[in-house]
Design a protein around this ligand. Structure first.
Ligand code: AMP
Ligand code: MG
Length: 329
């Protein structure tokens, strides 16, 4: 199968919708990362998504809808605070896990009784969802365990030959996947950290928990237990204050003839003048936005990425450190 990358136009959206309505799957941009999308009510489309990714069959998909779509058709909205969260942060990088009405096929939710729903804010994605006028289930558009793509070209590299069309909506601005929030209980619980932070959720709901995944626990959000986000080259992760360790490793790798690159924030980069760098930026938002892009650029030029961990875990840094440690730890 030939895989075409097309800019988002009325015509390419029309083509995409036709593919989706026929049970096909496509690459689509969102504000977080690129998704691999199919019709949420069509088991054959969902099976294609799992096959193209090599995704474990117990890891459910998120249903994406336009903000004008009435999500009570898909899920039971059991708590008052859910409407308030939707008003405050959707469309945006927030995914809500609610009790499913069973409209989205069981293949997409791995037989579970809940459904994760999200309303992307990306302009091109919203135009697609509006035109399709149906929920699209979509995981990140990478081969399972590889780094999630943030450009159409990066989708192409993992998915060419497997899907007919990738809609090109530019580089994703968010850069890490949505916050996944379980809202089935009285107090919401973060299953996966992202750009909508615990602090932002608490502002609306008063309280918010963070799910702790310990060895042997029954996992509420199956995706978090897997090794994830890994670039194709070797990686090493050093603590934020271990500057000496980073420099020693860099020199050792270079002496062994390896192409070593240090991936770190602008702040940390001040310690590594003259070294090969994969710069992540200054603010938390910049670092999130550049993280996967630098991992995917890094795997092309480096034999080893030596990553420097973040010195904090508050706000968006929780989502960043979570990915960074899985990708490079
Ligand atoms: P991805 O599609 O690659 O962004 O991954 C989706 C994430 O959402 C994974 O961590 C899934 O485990 C999680 N997820 C999707 N549906 C559900 C659900 N019904 N309950 C809990 N977590 C979910
Ligand atoms: Mg993913």
């Amino acid at each position: 199968m030939e895989t075409l990358i097309k800019e988002i136009t009325a015509q390419s959206i029309e083509e995409a919708v036709k593919i989706l309505k026929n049970g096909g799957i496509i690459g689509m941009p969102t504000e977080t990362v690129y998704g691999l999308a199919g019709a949420g009510t069509m088991p054959e489309a969902v099976k294609k998504i799992y096959a193209a990714k090599g995704r474990p069959s117990d890891n459910p998909l998120i249903a994406h809808v336009h903000e004008s779509y009435d999500i009570s058709r898909l899920v039971y909205i059991e708590h008052k605070y859910i409407r308030e969260l939707i008003k405050a942060y959707m469309p945006g990088p927030l995914t809500l896990v609610m009790k499913s009405r069973g409209v989205i096929c069981k293949e997409a939710v791995c037989g579970g009784d809940t459904l994760a729903v999200r309303m992307p804010s990306h302009k091109g994605c919203r135009a697609l969802l509006k035109a399709a006028d149906m929920p699209l289930v979509a995981p990140s558009a990478n081969i399972s365990k590889h780094t999630s793509p943030v450009t159409a070209q990066q989708v192409y590299e993992d998915m060419h030959g497997k899907i007919p069309l990738i809609l090109d909506g530019g580089k994703c601005t968010g850069g890490i996947e949505s916050t996944v929030l379980d809202v089935t209980e009285q107090v919401p619980r973060i299953l996966r950290a992202g750009l909508i932070t615990k602090e932002m959720i608490e502002k609306i709901t008063g309280a918010c928990e963070i799910a702790q995944h310990k060895e042997g626990d029954k996992v509420r959000s199956p995706g978090v237990k897997y090794r994830h986000y890994r670039p194709a080259c070797e990686t090493a992760l050093y603590a934020a204050d271990d500057i000496g360790g980073v420099l020693k490793r860099y020199d050792e790798e270079c002496a062994a003839g390896k192409r070593a690159y240090i991936m770190c924030s602008d702040e940390a980069a001040k310690n590594f003048p003259g070294k090969n760098l994969l710069p992540l930026g200054g603010t938390g938002e910049e670092i999130a936005s550049n993280l996967y892009d630098m991992l995917l650029k890094g795997e092309k030029v480096a034999d080893i990425i030596i990553a420097v961990d973040m010195p904090r875990e508050d706000g968006v840094y929780l989502g960043i450190t979570n990915r960074l440690r899985k990708a490079c730890g």
